[in-house]
Design a protein. Structure first.
Length: 286
C-alpha cells in the first residue's frame, strides 16, 4: 500500500472571483511507505499548498487525495483520524506551544486521540527521547527553553500521535546552525528508527541532498519531477531554469570541471566530493 497518492489534484483560490488562482494544477504522484521525500520549489510554486492537502487541512477543488489507500474525503472516512495518521508540522511550529509544561504540550495530541493515561505517558516520554529532550525538561515551561528546544517540543507533540506520515514545512527555519543540525538529525534518526514516511519541505538544497531519498519538485503549481535525489540534482541546468538553486558543493564541482579537474557532475554532498578528490589525488600519487 502507498503512503500518499494524489490523482489529478487541483486546488484553486478565490474560485468564481476576479482573483481566482490555480495554486496546484493536476498533480498526480505516489509516495511509498517509509520513504524520506524532499519537497522543493520556488516561492509560490505550490509546495506548501500541496502538503496541506495531505492531512486534509485543505480540500481539493478537483481530483483525489489518498492516505494509506483511503480517499480522505470519502463519506466513511473521519478527517480527524486522517490528521492523526498524517501529521503536519508548520514552519515556526514553536508558536503553537501553549501549555504550562513541556509534558502537557507533548501530551495534547495523544489526549485528543482518547488514549488512556498510561499510553499517553509512554508516548510523551518516547517522543521526547526521539527528539533529544531530557526527562528533566518535561516539567519545565516550554517558554523557558531555547529556540531549538522549543522546535523539538513542537515536533515531539506530533510524533507522540505516532503518525504513519510526518510532513514538515521548513522545520529548521530561523534556527542557528547548531540548532538547525540538531533538529534535522533528530528527524532523520526518527525516520530511521520508526520507518515513518517523511516529507521535508526545505529551501536548503544541502539539507535535501543530505537526508532525502527522493525529491519532489514543484514549479508554478505543476509537478516538475519526482525522482531519486541523484537524478533530480543531475538536472542542474533545468533546476536553475525554474529559479531553484543547486548545492554549493555542486557549483564547486562544476567550476573545478571547467578548470580541468573533473570529479563528476553528480557531486551533491561534501562527502562525495571528498571521496572523488581523494581518489583523484591517489591516482596521481600526490
Amino acid at each position: 500500500m502507498n503512503a500518499v497518492e494524489t490523482k489529478n489534484l487541483t486546488y484553486k483560490y478565490s474560485v468564481g472571483t476576479p482573483f481566482e488562482t490555480t495554486a496546484v494544477d493536476n498533480v498526480s504522484l505516489t509516495i511509498k511507505q517509509g520513504e524520506f521525500v524532499g519537497v522543493i520549489g520556488h516561492t509560490g510554486s505550490g509546495k506548501s499548498t500541496l502538503i496541506q492537502h495531505l492531512n486534509g487541512l485543505l480540500k481539493q477543488t478537483s481530483g483525489e487525495v489518498l492516505i494509506n489507500g483511503r480517499n480522505i474525503w470519502s463519506k466513511d472516512v473521519n478527517i480527524k483520524d486522517i490528521r492523526f495518521e498524517s501529521g503536519l508540522v508548520f514552519q515556526y511550529s514553536e508558536y503553537q506551544l501553549f501549555e504550562e509544561t513541556v509534558y502537557k504540550d507533548i501530551a495534547f495530541g495523544p489526549k485528543n486521540m482518547g488514549l488512556d493515561k498510561d499510553e499517553i505517558d509512554k508516548r510523551v516520554r518516547n517522543a521526547a527521547r526521539q527528539m533529544g529532550l531530557d526527562d528533566e525538561l518535561l516539567e519545565r515551561s516550554p517558554f523557558d527553553l531555547s529556540g531549538g528546544q522549543k522546535r523539538r517540543v513542537a515536533l515531539a507533540g506530533v510524533i507522540a500521535m505516532e503518525p504513519k506520515i510526518l510532513i514538515l514545512d521548513e522545520p529548521a527555519a530561523g534556527l542557528d546552525p547548531a540548532g538547525r543540525d540538531k533538529v534535522l538529525e533528530e528527524i532523520a534518526g526518527y525516520h530511521r528508527n520508526s520507518g515513518t514516511t517523511v516529507l521535508l519541505v526545505s529551501h536548503s538544497m544541502e539539507d535535501i541532498v543530505k537526508y532525502a531519498d527522493k525529491v519532489l519538485v514543484m514549479n508554478r503549481g505543476h509537478l516538475f519531477c519526482y525522482e531519486d535525489t541523484d537524478k533530480v540534482f543531475s538536472m542542474s541546468k533545468e533546476l536553475q531554469m525554474i529559479d531553484l538553486d543547486i548545492p554549493q558543493i555542486t557549483k564547486l564541482s562544476h567550476l573545478l570541471a571547467e578548470n580541468g579537474i573533473d570529479i563528476g557532475r553528480d557531486v551533491y554532498t561534501v562527502e562525495r566530493a571528498k571521496e572523488r578528490l581523494l581518489k583523484m589525488l591517489k591516482g596521481t600519487n600526490v
